[in-house]
Design a protein around this ligand. Sequence first.
Ligand code: FES
Length: 173
Amino acid sequence: MAEKEALTTKTADELVAEQTSTPLEKMEEPEPSEGKWEPRIVAFVCNWCTYLGMDLAGTSRMKYQPNVRVIKLPCSARIDPLFVIKAFENGADGVLVSGCHPGDCHYNTGNYHARRRWTVFRELFSFLGLDLQRLQFSWVSAAEGVKWVKVINEVTDKVRELGPNTDYHNLSR
Ligand code: FES
């Protein structure tokens, strides 16, 4: 009973923090480069492939744009529309979801579930009037440090081109 009461009193922020490995608090503005605005990107990555691909990029000292904040999920199937909405609400200008390649999920079919969920997200976000270009999905394996770098640079450049995410904040006014 006490557990049930506790569940009902949790805020969405607390639920996101509890269900991911990293709290999703308000994002600070990245350091402007040469006085220009810099985008904030949140990447939800699975623990078994993309996180390790990112780690490989780091240990191989590959350089990529520092605009991304990574939130580790046990599997890409754990992604929830609420996580994406909270990321935008807390200041993200773009969101990336990335998991293992089809057929390689540590839990066999988690990434197929994520892909199906993705289709629903896109419809939901389109209905809300959000720019779908701010939402990206990718497959990055543990051996693909180079691909991680490419994906992050591409997503960051795309979002930089789109500018600050004012759509979400205009919607909530
Ligand atoms: Fe990577 Fe499922 S563990 S997508």
